[in-house]
Design a protein around this ligand. Structure first.
Ligand code: SF4
Length: 215
């Protein structure tokens, strides 16, 4: 599948979702990213809100003790580990980056709790850089559409998508595909019967799911 077709897919999906590229505070995106791994969105956003109310800058977060962070972010997955990572990340921001979140991938990846997906999230949402964070939704949909092979690793999917899409498309790709993955192209029982990009899809079971009655 080429760039033109993927561009058409994004255009069709975004006609439905109307997502715009928006910028948030990089520190908030960083906190969100660290909290979000293997955690449902609603749990992540609620924990992020509680934590940022206590500590909205790295200096304040670095001063919280780990038990307080744990209590504040519970019930996110791995809340004990993530509490330590958040505190260490805040300490590193103060020690090595003058209290600011860096924008380069290389520097972001040095922060505790930050892998390629979180680094990419901070770049696109925090700094408006055309990066595509590849989470489970983006990777699954890219495979079903036939953009990348089955079982492709997220970091390889990111390389493929970023090499194909134009900067403006890269700015919204994650948000559009995640919204599509949560609503229609779900991990289990995708709702192919109401999929607006059905004709583009290479998923071998799409006909089966198209004929299934909505649960
Ligand atoms: S046809 Fe089904 S599997 Fe393919 S993109 Fe649409 S919802 Fe996903």
């Amino acid at each position: 599948m080429g760039g033109q077709e993927i561009g058409e897919i994004l255009k069709i999906l975004n006609k439905k979702y109307k997502i715009k590229a928006e910028k948030e505070r990089p520190f908030e995106v960083l906190v969100h990213g660290i909290l979000s791994t293997r955690t449902k969105d609603e749990t992540t956003f609620a924990a992020q809100y509680r934590l940022l109310k206590l500590a909205n800058i790295p200096k304040k977060l670095s001063k919280l003790d780990v038990r307080t962070i744990q209590k504040t972010i519970y019930p996110v997955s791995f809340y004990k580990t993530k509490s330590k990572l958040l505190k260490k990340a805040a300490e590193m921001l103060l020690a090595d980056f003058n209290g600011n979140v860096p924008s380069s991938k290389e520097q972001l990846l040095k922060l505790p709790g930050v892998g390629p997906k979180v680094a990419s999230l901070v770049q696109v949402w925090g700094f408006g850089m055309p990066s595509i964070p590849v989470d489970t939704h983006v990777n699954r949909i890219s495979q079903r559409l036939g953009i990348v092979p089955k079982n492709n690793k997220p970091e390889n999917t990111q390389i493929v998508l970023e090499s194909i899409l134009k900067p403006a498309q890269r700015m919204i790709a994650n948000h559009v595909l995640v919204t599509f993955g949560q609503g229609i192209c779900r991990p289990i029982a995708p709702q192919c019967y109401r999929c607006p990009i059905y004709s583009y899809c290479k998923f071998e079971k799409k006909e089966y799911y198209k004929n299934r009655i909505a649960q």
